[in-house]
Design a binder for this molecule. Structure first.
Ligand SMILES: *Cc1c(COP(=O)(O)O)cnc(C)c1O
Length: 405
């Protein structure tokens, strides 16, 4: 769907891309409309987005901000005000670096705990790391795979600490009829490039979902005083060029970036810009359609990998589970970086794992053991069944040392 129609597929164009957002005409129409009416920075769509997300999440109070990092930072700063002197936040050792960054920018200390085979924080490891300085636990649904959030909520209540439900990577999934993002004291979403609702590059959007009634007045004051995010027009063009049209523009971008300074990782807290809220509303409307497309690709990968039988495991997979990424674990002795290089030579895009965040005394052995063997497979919505089969076939040849490219 969407952009794919703009360019007919050809032999030269490779479909085996990572799933960076998938926009159709409505997103572009919304953008043209925002530019034309000069509603890029401010407008009514921000309120509409907050109300629609609130409705989806069963009347929780939602604040639309400029990134998941902003949501995490503002929420943690609020919790720290409720419990001064508690400075530690327990996070999974396998984690998106943005989380570490957000915890530190709130003036707090991230404390890593071990993850399980599903790459999610382990309940027993988190419990072990609770001390009298612990402010909160951040449970993440890694790549969309639900964490044991119900159990984490019980643990947090029992120990008198806060719980953050980091649903940055998954919007619209639920456990026992309760939406992810609405557990604990506050939750968050991100609308960055590799998430399931995409408004642009990191910094284009996110949301904070507040459940704790004592936290709410603090957030109302803090977030209402933020300015809306600016310079979004330029960021919009950069996202369309660098991600949505990457198959066509990658080469030019590569040379251009050699002259450019690398972008800073810091994101200044701001409210979401109206342009991004408008795009988020379009993405929300097609969430279920994209979920279906992704699940089709995941099922195909699972089926194909089980038939080729060479020790490749599709991590976190379950037949009805929506995952934002197709992660495989390579058999012991193989390393993801060299596998990635070989696949890239065959125009198959893959991505490596996050860096591990651990401490000497708590080395997070499992996370460390698997990190070098994790590889994200392409799962763009432009891929057909034959593309999935091709990727699996190439992977198998590499694993078996029969790579003839
Ligand atoms: C991406 C991500 C964030 C941060 O979101 P940004 O919008 O990039 O700031 C936070 N937590 C997790 C788990 C994420 O994957």
């Amino acid at each position: 769907m969407g952009l794919v129609f703009l360019w007919p597929s050809s032999q030269l164009m490779n479909h085996c891309r990572l799933p960076y957002g998938s926009w159709g005409w409505p997103e572009f129409k919304a953008a043209v409309c925002a530019f034309g009416r000069r509603q890029v920075t401010c407008g009514h769509d921000v309120g509409r987005l907050e109300r629609q997300l609130g409705f989806l999440l069963n009347e929780s109070r939602v604040f639309a901000v400029n990134s998941g990092r902003t949501a995490l930072r503002m929420g943690l700063e609020g919790l720290a005000k409720l419990r001064p002197g508690r400075l530690e936040v327990i996070i999974p050792a396998y984690v998106c670096p943005a989380v570490v960054h957000a915890v530190r920018s709130a003036g707090l200390r991230p404390v890593p705990a071990e993850v399980g085979r599903d790459l999610n924080l382990r309940l027993d490891s988190a419990r072990e790391r609770i001390g009298d300085k612990t402010l909160a636990i951040i449970a993440i649904h890694m790549y969309g795979c639900p964490a044991a959030i119900v159990e984490f909520e019980k643990l947090a209540v029992g120990k008198g600490i806060f719980l953050v439900d980091d649903a940055a990577q998954v919007v619209g999934e639920s456990i026992n009829g309760r939406m992810l993002g609405t557990f604990g004291d506050f939750g968050l979403f991100s609308f960055a490039q590799s998430k399931c609702m995409v408004t642009g590059e990191s910094g284009a959007g996110g949301a904070l979902i507040c459940r704790n009634q004592a936290l709410l007045p603090i957030l109302l004051e803090q977030i209402e005083s933020l300015e809306p995010s600016r310079s979004r027009g330029k960021a919009f063009v950069s996202f369309v060029w660098g991600y949505l049209l990457a198959a066509h523009t990658r080469r030019i971008t590569y040379y251009w970036q050699r002259f450019k300074r690398p972008a800073s990782r810091t994101i200044h807290p701001a409210k979401i810009a109206n342009l991004d809220a408008k795009i988020a509303l379009c993405q929300l409307a097609t969430l279920m359609q994209r979920r279906k497309e992704r699940m089709h690709i995941l099922n195909k990968y699972a089926q194909q990998l089980s038939t080729i039988d060479c020790g490749l495991q599709l991590l976190q997979y379950a037949p009805d589970r929506y995952l934002t990424r197709a992660m495989v674990l390579l058999p012991a002795g193989h390393d993801a970086a060299s596998c990635r290089r070989l696949l890239r030579m065959q125009s198959i895009e893959t991505r490596l794992s996050y860096p591990i965040f651990a401490e000497e005394a708590h080395p997070a052995d499992y996370a460390r053991e698997v990190a070098d063997r994790l590889l994200e497979l392409p799962a763009s919505s432009a891929m057909g069944d034959s593309d999935v089969m091709l990727v699996c076939d190439r992977l198998k040849k590499i694993i078996q040392g029969r790579n003839t490219f």
